[in-house]
Design a protein around this ligand. Structure first.
Ligand code: BDR
Ligand code: CA
Length: 340
């Protein structure tokens, strides 16, 4: 009996996480997935400058929390500028408002707190095990690590959406935005964390495409479940659809960040290998994640680099959780919609 109770308790135990982000259209989808996932407890959302300046990103995080009915989760603003490099936002990709020019009203019932770096450190010191899912430039984490490296002993797992291995970059031929925006922070975290960083790079996130078919399916689910989550996703991704059409000839949009959350929830959705990674901090390849896959440098691996992702598995998880439905039924329909 006692053993059963303990086992049940273990199953119910939620893993504590901090989401460090820069919302951002795809950050918003990642937050939505995390907010409907019962196996995690979000201790707080911290924001760095990335897609939009951190103060605006914080306000956007509140908009997502409000939409999902979870304004009780606190949002902390962090670094306004990268460690050394001049700050360059991605408002060309995400809209000046960071949410695809969707015109969602400001949240007035809650406000953004200052002190993301101290919040991260306090949480790490207070809780026995904390994981961090980083969806933007690693500035807040680098600052926290510099300030109090010992606090990171309690870090269970760091999942970072960033970098690329064999895939091309999205800011230069070789660099992905999050690491390109603040390469010095990324490099600092990779070299000093002392734990393997789970690198969810463009190699895998490019597989996660929100297509018109999937969006249409969400709107049908909206009708069946009396929801407006599909309509909300449509409102914030329209701009992103246009961007992908204009720059990549793609009808749909790549949503990078939610895969990092999905991978944290179910690591079997992706696969990869351990390797040593360094991030280039200058020159023409600034921001490149250099993955020593052939072990030239004989250095201890500091990363688990993802190379494949199960996109059907991802969308099945995303939609079934967002609509509180069984995964199998959703999966069957998605198979048709994704021509699999
Ligand atoms: C990453 O950069 C941002 O534009 C996205 O939110 C994602 O985190 C992809 O390169
Ligand atoms: Ca992001």
């Amino acid at each position: 009996m006692q053993a059963c109770l303990l086992a049940a308790q273990k199953i119910m135990e939620k893993r504590t996480i901090i989401i460090d982000c820069d919302p951002g259209i795809d950050d918003s989808l990642a937050l939505m997935l995390a907010l409907v996932s019962p196996e995690i407890r979000i201790a707080g959302v911290t924001v760095a400058s990335g897609n939009v300046p951190a103060d605006l990103g914080g306000k956007n995080a509140l908009k997502i929390l409000k939409f999902m009915g979870q304004l009780d989760i606190l949002v902390y603003q962090g670094a306004m500028v990268p460690l050394k490099r001049e700050y360059i936002s991605a408002q060309d990709t995400h809209g000046m408002d960071g949410l695809g020019e969707s015109g969602i009203s400001e949240v007035t019932e809650a406000s953004v707190h200052l002190g993301a770096v101290d919040f991260i450190l306090d949480t790490l010191k207070k809780e026995e095990k904390v994981s961090i899912i980083a969806l933007g430039p690693l500035t807040n984490l680098a600052l926290a690590l510099k300030k109090d490296p010992l606090a990171f002993q309690n870090l269970e797992m760091l999942v970072s959406m960033g970098g690329c291995f064999k895939s091309y970059g999205n800011c230069s031929p070789v660099a992905e935005y999050n690491y390109w925006c603040d390469p010095d922070s990324a490099e600092y975290v990779y070299q000093n964390l002392g734990k393997k960083i789970h690198m969810v790079g463009l190699d895998v996130t490019r597989k996660i495409v929100l297509t018109p078919n999937i969006l249409e399916y969400m709107k049908r689910l909206d009708q069946e479940e009396h929801q407006n989550r599909g309509a909300f996703v449509e409102a914030i991704t329209r701009f992103y659809f246009d961007f992908h059409w204009n720059y990549e000839g793609l009808i749909g949009c790549v949503v990078n960040d939610p895969l990092a959350v999905a991978y944290f929830l179910n690591p079997k959705l992706c696969g990869g290998f351990d390797a040593y990674v360094a991030v280039e901090t200058g020159g023409i390849s600034i921001g490149q994640s250099v993955v020593d896959s052939m072990d030239f440098w004989k250095k201890k691996p500091n990363a688990h680099v993802l190379t494949w992702a199960d996109s059907l598995g991802f969308w099945s998880m995303f939609l079934s959780r967002l609509y509180g439905r069984g995964e199998e039924g959703i999966r069957q329909i998605l198979k048709e919609l994704m021509n699999l």
